[in-house]
Write a protein that binds this ligand. Structure first.
Ligand code: IMP
Ligand code: MG
Length: 399
């Protein structure tokens, strides 16, 4: 098989992990290229169930090589916890099948403290709804050129100096602005050094690993996290995550040329969900939304938060197709809608008295009104259907 990128085309939680699982049969390598342990999915393979946040989901498939690219932000403590969980389940997580780029930035204890302190301080309406895992502050330090990279674990003096420099600034924020305790350099250093020996053996040059894989005729799957409307540039800024979630970042975030990305598969849910704050024009804040949430089991894997639920938004999908260069789409959870007589979808938006096919820019989104169309429902159980022809006509029309 060729190389594929899997991305979420809405606000995340579209069911990407399931497709990574399906395609894992045909591929040799699974690579993560952005995000961190803000992501999460439950995978069940051969009766083994695991909630993974950081380790690529291909790890549960024997023989697959899993790589964590330079574009990821890695919490070393969480990584080791995940290793231990997987080891407990008898999964092979040896360094020859689970590798981390030496260039990957590390989420440090102070990033997590800062993430939460800052969010707590924000007024209602300004809060991002962050998972509080330190993702944003870690990317800030990376871009600010003061971050800690995985390779620094092998150089304790350098690591300590970087921690000391970071805390000089962060402790002022903690004590003077947020009214919380300062962190001690030694405590942070010790916490990270305690797990360093478990991480160092996994470090490698991911870019060269991938080149070698291709020289041997192997195929690679790039596993995206979150969704396109959480992209730092293209999402509903500022209510976004802190990385580029678009497919193009699969290249930059793992160190390969964009010509290596053969297929871009967008995963979309039959309706829309969003976790955290931010605009969601087709959201249902009523009993209908509640029914969708319980029918679809819409609760976050990472934070357990109930997901906000609403109707399908076609302008969102159209924009995703453009931003990602989708070559394929995969639809999930169509069966969840089986109970409905009619299924509303947002076909277009109305803005200043004019209709538009485009998803409105965040600044004018509050003034935009979804133009809804109702599609007839199919009212029968389709969960056992395996062929397109066997779907009821109304379901095919909806697709
Ligand atoms: P952060 O990336 O943890 O700072 O969170 C920023 C925003 O992205 C919040 O609204 C989160 O709920 C959302 N978010 C982050 N990761 C995921 C994910 O994997 N699925 C869905 N939403 C996410
Ligand atoms: Mg997820």
């Amino acid at each position: 098989m060729s190389n594929v990128v899997i991305v979420g085309v809405q606000w995340g939680d579209e069911g990407k992990g399931k497709f990574v699982d399906l395609l894992a049969q045909e591929i040799d390598y699974v690579v993560r290229f952005q995000g961190g342990n803000n992501a999460g999915h439950t995978v069940i393979v051969d009766g083994k169930k695991a909630a993974l946040h950081l380790v690529p989901s291909g790890i549960l498939h024997e023989g697959k090589i899993c790589l964590i690219g330079n574009g990821v932000v890695l919490d070393p403590v969480v990584f080791v916890e995940e290793l231990d969980t997987l080891i407990g389940q008898g999964v092979d997580v040896s360094p020859n099948r689970l590798k981390i780029s030496s260039k990957t930035h590390l989420i440090m204890p102070y990033h997590k403290v800062l993430d939460k302190a800052r969010e707590n301080k924000l007024e209602k309406g300004q809060k991002i709804g962050t998972t509080g895992r330190g993702i944003g502050p870690c990317y800030e330090d990376k871009v600010g050129r003061v971050g800690v990279r995985a390779s620094d674990l092998a150089d304790p003096d350098l690591l300590k100096a970087k921690i000391a420099a970071a805390l000089k600034e962060k402790n002022v924020l903690f004590t003077a602005l947020y009214g919380i305790d300062a962190l001690a350099v030694d405590a942070v250093f010790d916490e990270v050094m305690a797990v360093a020996p478990r991480i160092i053996p996994h470090l490698t040059d991911v870019s060269s690993e991938l080149e070698q894989a291709w020289n041997e005729g192997k195929s690679v799957l790039f596993e995206g996290a979150q969704g396109i409307h959480l992209d730092i540039d293209h999402g509903t800024y500022p209510f976004v995550t802190s990385s580029n979630t678009v497919s193009g970042n699969a290249a930059a975030g793992s160190g390969v040329g964009p010509n290596k990305l053969d297929r871009i598969i967008g995963i979309l849910k039959a309706y829309t969900t969003r976790v955290g704050e931010g605009p969601f024009p087709t959201e249902l804040n009523d009993a209908t939304g509640e029914l969708l949430r319980t029918s679809g089991g819409e609760f976050g894997v990472t934070t357990g938060r109930p997901r906000r639920c609403g109707w399908q938004d076609i302008p969102v999908l159209r924009e995703s197709a453009r931003l990602n260069g989708l070559t394929d789409v995969a639809l999930t959870k169509l069966d969840v809608l089986s109970y409905m007589d009619e299924i509303p979808i947002c076909a277009r938006y109305e803005l200043n008295g004019q209709e538009t096919d485009a998803f409105p820019f965040p600044a004018v989104l509050p003034d935009a009104k979804p133009v809804m169309t109702a599609m007839p429902g199919w009212k029968c159980d389709i969960s056992g259907v395996r062929k397109w022809e066997d779907l009821p006509e109304a379901a095919r029309n909806y697709v």
